[in-house]
Design a protein around this ligand. Structure first.
Ligand code: NA7
Length: 291
């Protein structure tokens, strides 16, 4: 019989991931802080739990996908938190992006309860989540990954085991530093080219023939040219990940001058946003300067 899966956090990423688990025929128990976000999953056959603790108590494998470190601490250790519900012998998989240090703390807390843990943040965006084509970056023991692999394969197409607990988060922060700088660099180039009197589309045409197909060109550039920023990966979360990457760099005595500069740019846009845009809205930085 298939194991029972618990799912906590049904945001832009968590919800499509949970749908794929349900479609794969698992018994699924869900909890989300805003209960209405679980309604369509419940209609599709998932069971609704009253708290993170109740979700954990019924799960053989429990997945968490929440915003940031405080959110993860809240669902694990807050009132009716999941940590108190987890049964010995179960597996906790955290697919939020948090600090490697928090991942190691969660692993330690799990160890004392006889629970196996993996940090397993993802890359691939909301479209990858919907198609079940995410890439998992995993930290933890290979035996634990063996227990979780079948479940992860319902949500993703590639699974990288990168080292001990925290290694998944470390690589994820490296990946997002790269993405943040790439989109920021594109926005800078757009600002420069258009200010110098050439249409933005011309830059993109040249990029297309010199750089080939890439997520930046295929997905972000067309929306950025239109000035449309529907949140696929919210800017507030990329901002959080840059902060986590800079913290990690400081811990290890590594300087990230480009990362610092990008953080300042993303911070300015975040502080002045009245909506919840995608991180490609970093382009607004240059508009703000002219307004
Ligand atoms: P979203 O769409 O902002 O969703 C965030 C989820 O986290 C959502 O379910 C939130 O519940 C939940 N959340 C946030 N804060 C809390 C607290 N304090 N307690 C309980 N639950 C909370 O983010 P994404 O799905 O795009 O991303 C999720 C993670 O993957 C994140 O780490 C990214 O960097 C990568 P709500 O529905 O608001 O009640």
């Amino acid at each position: 019989m298939k194991p029972t899966i618990g799912f906590i956090g049904l945001g832009l990423m968590g919800k499509p991931m949970a749908h794929n688990v349900l479609r794969a025929g698992y018994r699924l128990i869900v909890w989300n802080r805003t209960p209405s976000r679980a309604d369509d999953l419940v209609r599709a056959g998932a069971l609704r739990a009253a708290s993170p603790q109740e979700t954990a108590a019924q799960s053989d494998l429990l997945v968490t996908v929440v915003s940031d470190p405080p959110a993860l601490e809240q669902v694990l250790w807050g009132p009716s938190g999941a940590m108190n519900g987890l049964r010995a012998g179960s597996v906790l998989i955290d697919s939020s992006t948090v600090s490697p240090e928090l991942a190691q703390r969660v692993a330690q807390a799990c160890l004392t309860r006889g629970v196996d843990f993996l940090d397993a943040p993802v890359t691939g965006g909301t479209w990858g989540a919907a198609k079940g084509e995410l890439v998992f970056m995993v930290g933890g023991p290979p035996e634990t990954l063996d227990r979780a692999r079948g479940l992860l394969e319902t949500m993703g197409q590639k699974i990288f085991l990168l080292g001990p607990h925290g290694a998944g988060q470390t690589v994820k922060l490296g990946m997002n530093l790269l993405l943040a700088l790439e989109v920021d660099a594109f926005a800078e180039a757009l600002a420069l080219v258009t200010a110098a009197g050439v249409e933005a589309e011309r830059l993109v045409e040249v990029m297309q023939s010199s750089m080939g197909r890439a997520p930046l060109l295929d997905v972000k550039a067309p929306l950025m040219l239109k000035g449309e920023f529907p949140a696929s990966f919210p800017l507030r979360l990329m901002h959080k990940d840059l902060r986590l990457a800079l913290d990690l760099a400081r811990e290890h005595g590594v300087e990230l001058p480009a990362g610092q500069a990008a953080y300042a740019t993303y911070s300015k846009v975040k502080d002045s946003a009245s909506d919840d845009p995608d991180y490609s809205a970093v382009l607004r930085f240059w508009k703000m300067k002219h307004d």
